[in-house]
Design a protein around this ligand. Structure first.
Ligand SMILES: [Zn+2]
Ligand SMILES: [Zn+2]
Length: 130
């Protein structure tokens, strides 16, 4: 569990992420399994919590200033610079074809003739996008 040589985790402003000690009680056999696997329990807990709440809390600064858009969710605190491409926390799936949005490669779109009200670049060719 030594962190010697590893730089401290920092938020989008370069401020060190403050940490707290939490105790968790889990089944002994599961604890033994994790130990055998050499799993870092702190990292595991953070990873699992992020996965469960990936559209509610930022995985970089752990802030809750989350904005929901057509494409998905992003942290407002970590995306304050308009010159830096938006980094999404979690992307939604296209309502038309089910493919996940992937800005800047796959964005929201509508078709010109309005046959597709809510689609994406994957399912609407460039010449048909409105
Ligand atoms: Zn953030
Ligand atoms: Zn689509």
């Amino acid at each position: 569990m030594s962190s010697v040589g590893r730089p401290p985790e920092v938020d989008s402003n370069g401020e060190p992420i403050q940490k707290s000690l939490v105790n968790v009680t889990i089944p002994t056999k599961l604890a033994n399994f994790l130990k055998k696997k050499g799993i870092n329990r702190s990292r595991l807990f953070v990873t699992m919590a992020q996965k469960m709440f990936d559209s509610e809390v930022c995985d970089k600064c752990y802030g809750e200033t989350i904005e929901e858009t057509l494409l998905g969710w992003y942290c407002k605190d970590c995306n304050g610079n308009p010159n830096i491409p938006l980094r999404m926390l979690k992307c939604k799936e296209c309502e038309n074809c089910g493919v996940r949005y992937d800005p800047p490669y796959n964005m929201f779109s509508q078709s010109k003739d309005k046959s597709v009200q809510k689609g994406c670049w994957d399912c609407i060719p460039p010449e048909e996008r409105s």
